[in-house]
Each structure stands twice: as structure tokens, then as C-alpha cells.
Design a binder for this molecule. Sequence first.
Ligand code: NAP
Ligand code: MG
Length: 402
Amino acid sequence: MTKLKMNVPLVEMDGDEMTRIIWKWIKELLIEPYVDLKTEYYDLGLQKRDESNDQITIDSALATIKYGVAVKCATITPNAQRITEYNLKEMWKSPNGTIRSILDGTVFRAPIIVDSVKPFIRTWKKPITIARHAYGDIYKDVEYRVEGPGKAELVFTGENGEIRQTIFDFKGKGVLLGMHNIDKSIASFARTCFNYALDVKQDLWFSSKDTISKKYDHTFKELFQDIYDQEYKLKFEEAKIEYLYTLIDDAVARVIRSDGGFIWACKNYDGDVMSDMVATAFGSLAMMTSVLVSPDGYYEFEAAHGTVTRHYYKHLQGEETSTNSMATIFAWTGALRKRGELDGIDDLIVFADKLEAASIKTIEEGVMTKDLAVLSELSDKKIVNTRNFLVEIKLRLDEMLS
Ligand code: NAP
Ligand code: MG
């Protein structure tokens, strides 16, 4: 078989621990035999980040702006213990945070669905994708512990003077909180969500609590609606998909009753909470994909889970591991498919589809890692180790390609 050709490289961001091992094996077994893989390689492993004073993380994000598509392995976000373990110069920031702030993106998280692992919600048949706004709200708030009686006011000092509003007349102890958002960030969140919905041809829901928060949440609702009416209504009609705004409590009720297959855009805190709820209800963190989409159309694909440290330490001891590589494989297929779409290489899209199908088929035929075996409803299950799971996928991929 001749290998598939690529024109433009993928930005490859390597990572740490167990996922770094899986990364190498995925390339060796499932990609390089079939694709003449072109990547611009950035080693975001903790050691290389330390050596470069984290410049390599910044360089990898800038390369994503240059080429448009990146695929990222999970990386360690250092804490005090890692400083000793890796003898670090500094407690470097989270690479994901650094990359996100350079690309200014929205994070979309979607589960990989297999028939034999049933979601805890019986009606869910198709994936539910959570799009989380990643700016402002309580994550950038100012808080105050009120120790005794006094008047709390909201004061804004603008070019034309001061606006003052009483928040509360405290008679005793209490708490206060101030938070903000900016139109520019809300609008780019909205556009990214509308573009993503068109991209995957799924309905978009957006929810907030505008009946109670008549300025704050109402501004989100209004900006989404204006942008939709002016820029996306016709495109949505052509694509036969819908935009729905509803109150967050109504959205929660609808989500539970639904059969899935839509994108749920959430404000920062709602998205933080709801993405963990949805991920757990679908079964396993190891089956959750994540893609950062910037308003300028750059994409960074990754698994939602971390570096699976406990398994890595076992691996270092020479013990057998059974780590699930599905989300990391789907990060690669997501990136290859996007490259295919952007560069007009249909064969690359077909290959990505087949690799995903072969991976799902493997689990459907009862061959899986330990984490899924406890969730799967199949009676005949074969638990395999980390590498053999990839070997089993390769067998099925070869069948599909021949
Ligand atoms: P984690 O790596 O996601 O692992 C937590 C636990 O979830 C594992 O111990 C394992 O459970 C299970 N698990 C996760 N992924 C799995 C997989 N693919 N296959 C099988 N089981 C899986 O989270 P963590 O232990 O909190 O963090 C470890 C490191 O990852 C930290 O240094 C953190 O900074 C980093 N991290 C990176 C990212 C990222 O780069 N996007 C995200 C999160 C965390 P059992 O041990 O019970 O088998
Ligand atoms: Mg959370």
C-alpha cells in the first residue's frame, strides 16, 4: 500500500508519562504505516519545558497559528512535588492555559460512544458536546468578607463620571463578590460555537439565567442572538440545524430527556460543572475528547484526561498496564481529518474515519482495557494491556483498508 501524502504539517505537541508512551505507540502502529506523516514536532514533556524556560510551549502555540491544526499529548502541570521529582527551575504554568491564552479559544468536549458501554442516562444515544466559555465570571472575580455592619456599593468610574448603586446595607457579617465579562470575549465565544455547530452539523443550545440576571446574563443572551440573526441564521437553515436559547434550568431538564447529538454552550461556571456531569454520565474520562477552537479558525485536538500517572509508575516498575488510548487516538484522527478538510485531501478524511471505526469495532468485539471492562455490558470480554489494545485495533484497521 502506498502511504497517504500530506501537504501541510500538523503541529505535534508531545507530552508526559503514560500518555507519552501511548503517543509513540499510536504513531508507530496506527499512523506511520499508513500516512507519510508530516509534523512539526514540539516536545512539551516537562524536562524540555524546563530546559527552554517554557519557551517551547509558546512556540508550539505560535506554530498552531501558522499551520492551523495541532495535536497535543497530555502534559504534567507541575506542583510542588513535581519540582523535586523533575528538579525544575520553576513551577511552570499549565501548558493548556498558556496555549489557550495565545489562541483565545473555546474548549469543546465530546464523549466517544460505543454500544456496549451504556450512558447512565438511558435516553442518551448520541454524544453531547459541552462548549465552555473560558473567560471571566467567578474565575476572575473579586471577593470580600464583610466583618460587620456597613454599606456595599457597586461603583463604576468611566470617562463621564461615576455610577453608584447600593448592593446591600449590611447589619452584620456577610460576603460580597464582584465579577465581570467583556463583549469581545462573549462575541468570540458565540462565533466559535456557531462555527463549530456548522462544522459538525449539530444543533446549538445556549443557556443562561437571564430572567434573574437582567444585565449580566441578558448581555450573553443578546449578543448570541444578534450574532446569530446577522451572521448565522441563513447558514444554519441551509445546514438544517437549529439554534436554541433557553434558561439554564430548562436546559438541564431538556438535556436529561434528550437523545443527545447537540452542542450545549455554557457560561464558564456552568460549563465547568456540566462537563464533569456529562463526562461521568457517559461512562469514562478515558473516552472523552477535547478540542480547542479559536475564533480565527485554529484547532488543537487532545484527550480530556491527564498523563495517567498511577499507570506510568507501574509501567516504570516493569508491571503490566491496561491504559485506554481511545481519546488520544481520537485526538490524532480529529487532527488528521481537519488537515484533510483544510487541504482538500479526501483520503486523509477517509483514513481518519476508518481508524475511528476500527477502534470502536475493537471495543464492540469485546477487546478492551480494564477501565472499560467494568462498564461494558458485553458478556464475553477480553482485557488487554496498553500495547495489545493498539495491536488489536491495527488488525481491524488493516482488514478495513484491504
Ligand atoms: P488523569 O491522568 O486523567 O488520571 C486520573 C485517573 O483516571 C487515573 O489514575 C485512572 O484511574 C483514570 N484514567 C484517566 N485516563 C485514563 C486512561 N486513558 N485509561 C485508563 N484510566 C484512565 O488525572 P490526574 O491523575 O489527576 O493527573 C495526572 C497528571 O496529568 C497531572 O500531572 C496533571 O497535571 C496532568 N493533567 C494534564 C491534563 C492535560 O494535559 N490536558 C489534564 C488533566 C491532568 P485509575 O488510576 O483508577 O486506573
Ligand atoms: Mg471542573
